[in-house]
Design a protein around this ligand. Structure first.
Ligand SMILES: NC(=O)c1ccc[n+]([C@@H]2O[C@H](COP(=O)([O-])OP(=O)(O)OC[C@H]3O[C@@H](n4cnc5c(N)ncnc54)[C@H](O)[C@@H]3O)[C@@H](O)[C@H]2O)c1
Length: 317
């Protein structure tokens, strides 16, 4: 039987350990298993994190093995190479699919029945690969997608418009990567269309401002990697948010990387679009009304991903 309060993190580098730290503070899980090909690294992280136990509600955090995962409600995969300066996420595909090919069989052969949340990049491709390699139903395999990118968008908009991020509803969709797009046509602040709200705040150069903000979101990871070598706090908080929606069975709408089965005229790929998320996983997928330009941008993003999918050496479903 699954233990809703137990999760595993596979890959204890920057992203995995920051995620563990974030989940510890959230306090929803009473048991966190850390797994890494470098067991000593997982052990060191578990020791360090455990020393904060007196201050948080997470009961137990330890370096484990795949034998510890079968009753987890969620496995979060953060293993794999990260981007180096000048590398795109798609450049990571071959090495990280190879790593995934060693991880997924360890999970399936133990009869795992919970959710797989993929965070490693390129996340849409790896989530698709995990779906193919695991044989799990699609709702149980999801990627963190553009949850982080949408948070970046809302943050930048909140700075521009001087309004709380929570009052802003705006999505980045498509690839979590260079071909992603901002859906301006349905973005709003407390029900007021974004362009109207801009004018309310005294901003009238919509096109330039929106383009600037979109470029800023798209370049965020490159900018951070250039300055500090990796990104991890933002994604750790995004993962925290996703897990909370699931464990609390909130039916949140999040732009997760999900299997498309005809929505937006697309199928047989994982890509980020707003999706209902609860304790059973992801789905159904919501179809945002897109204008012509957004539709065409989304199709281009899908084609970018499809081209990469065709190069994968995995049995496809
Ligand atoms: N989805 C997102 O929004 C997002 C954001 C930031 C980073 N990432 C991605 O997350 C991944 C991890 O980034 P990082 O900065 O933590 O990298 P990192 O190099 O710090 O950590 C990777 C860890 O994976 C471990 N690992 C490698 N092969 C493994 C295997 N077979 N089994 C178990 N563990 C294994 C390594 O030992 C290492 O500890 C990268 O692919 C990065 O691009 C995704």
């Amino acid at each position: 039987m699954l233990n809703m309060r137990k999760a595993a993190i596979i890959g204890c580098g920057f992203v995995g350990s920051a995620t563990a730290f974030s989940l510890m503070h959230q306090g929803l899980f009473t048991e966190l298993v850390l797994i890494d090909v470098n067991h000593e690294k997982a052990k060191g992280e578990a020791m360090d994190l455990s020393h904060g136990r007196p201050y948080v509600d997470t009961a137990k955090i330890y370096a484990g093995s795949y034998d510890d995962i079968s009753d987890c409600s969620m496995i979060i995969i953060t293993a794999g190479a990260n981007q180096k300066p000048e590398e795109t996420r798609l450049d990571l595909v071959q090495k990280n699919v190879a790593i995934l090919k060693t991880i997924i069989p360890e999970i399936t052969k133990r009869g795992y029945d919970g959710i797989l949340l993929i965070v490693s990049n390129p996340v849409d491709i790896l989530t698709y690969a995990a779906y193919c390699l695991s044989g799990f139903e699609p709702g149980r395999v999801l990627g963190s997608g553009t949850v982080l990118d949408s948070a970046r968008l809302r943050y930048l908009l909140s700075e521009h418009l001087k309004v709380d991020t929570e009052s802003i509803h705006a999505f980045i969709i498509g690839e979590h990567g260079d071909s992603e797009l901002a859906v301006w046509s349905s973005a709003h602040v407390a029900g007021i269309p974004i362009h109207d709200f801009c004018e309310f705040r005294g901003h009238f150069c919509h096109h330039d401002a929106m383009e600037n903000i979109y470029q800023n979101v798209r370049e965020s990871a490159y900018e951070i990697i250039h300055r500090k070598g990796a990104t991890y706090y933002g994604i750790a908080m995004a993962v925290n948010h996703i897990t909370e929606s699931m464990i609390r069975d909130k039916n949140s709408v999040l732009p997760l990387s999900t299997l498309l089965t005809g929505q937006y005229g697309l199928q047989n790929l994982y890509m980020s679009v707003p999706t209902i998320v609860n304790q059973n996983g992801a789905g159904p997928v919501l179809e945002l009304p897109l204008n012509e330009q957004e539709q065409s941008h989304l199709q281009q993003s899908a084609q970018t991903l499809k081209k990469v999918i065709q190069t994968l050496d995995i049995p496809q479903r």
